[in-house]
Design a protein around this ligand. Structure first.
Ligand code: FE2
Length: 248
């Protein structure tokens, strides 16, 4: 059965986010929701086989414009209210700045490079009093060595920003491969250095999610969905629905 954020210890989750830069809502989405997400995500491949994905795999921008159905999952999940609280605007909710997905498979690169999503906000990192930008990452198939794990280098809220290493694909001391069950939503702080591994088996790896800022915080960020991209994604959706294919 799908879970509500209120069924988790929210104080402990907030503490985790503050002390390690991430927290996981294990098994947040139920089996039917996971199945729905998998179907919607694989439809974005337009019939391509998982083995044909190379490099980073298939990266989808402006996911909500491509498939507004994902808004239902985000909306159903009061995970947004949890994020709003962390962003310091519990009464107003978060602002959705970007939505996207990445689909990858066994022929993709062994690792996704180390990166963070702090962007231009980094100058003010040591002055911030609340989280400024959060990411919600949803794993309908889970995250594991078999599928390809999310890899993090935990950091506390007050830690200085750590840049990606010179070799962005090399393992880092202290890295942690997160194993989460299907339907888990992981919330991460934008400055958290993270990467991802390729799975050990010939299976599809799926992650989709959103980047959020506080409502009213209009600070621009290089990751934000560009208006043009959103428009193109919407157009692709219209064309697909006119063709009756459901995909581009
Ligand atoms: Fe990322």
């Amino acid at each position: 059965m799908a879970r509500s954020v209120t069924s988790y210890d929210q104080a402990a989750q907030l503490r985790g986010l503050r002390e390690q830069g991430w927290c996981a809502f294990e098994g947040f989405f139920d089996g039917a929701e996971n199945e729905g997400m998998v179907l919607r995500l694989t439809a974005l491949l337009g019939g391509r086989e998982v083995d044909s994905l190379t490099g980073l795999g298939c990266t989808v921008f402006s996911l909500l414009a491509r498939d507004p159905g994902f808004g239902g999952y985000l909306g159903r999940s009061d995970i947004l209210s949890f994020c709003a609280r962390a962003l310091g605007v519990p009464e107003r909710g978060p602002r959705l700045c970007r939505t996207g997905a990445r689909l990858s498979g066994p022929a993709c690169g062994e690792r996704l490079e180390w990166h963070h999503h702090q962007g231009e906000l980094q100058q003010a990192l040591d002055e911030r009093e609340r989280f400024e930008r959060l990411l919600v990452l949803c794993y309908p198939l889970g995250s594991s060595e078999r599928i390809g794990p999310l890899v993090v280098r935990s950091r506390a809220f007050d830690d200085p920003l750590e840049s990606a290493p010179r070799d962005p694909f090399a393992p880092l001391a202290g890295e942690q491969a997160l194993e989460v069950t299907p339907g888990t939503a992981v919330v991460i702080d934008a400055p958290l250095l993270h990467a991802a591994g390729r799975g050990s088996e010939s299976v599809l790896r799926l992650v989709w999610g959103a980047q959020l800022q506080a409502a009213g915080d209009r600070t621009a960020h290089p990751d934000d969905d560009p208006l043009g991209e959103r428009w193109r994604a919407t157009r692709r959706r219209w064309v697909a629905s006119l063709r009756g294919t459901g995909t581009e």
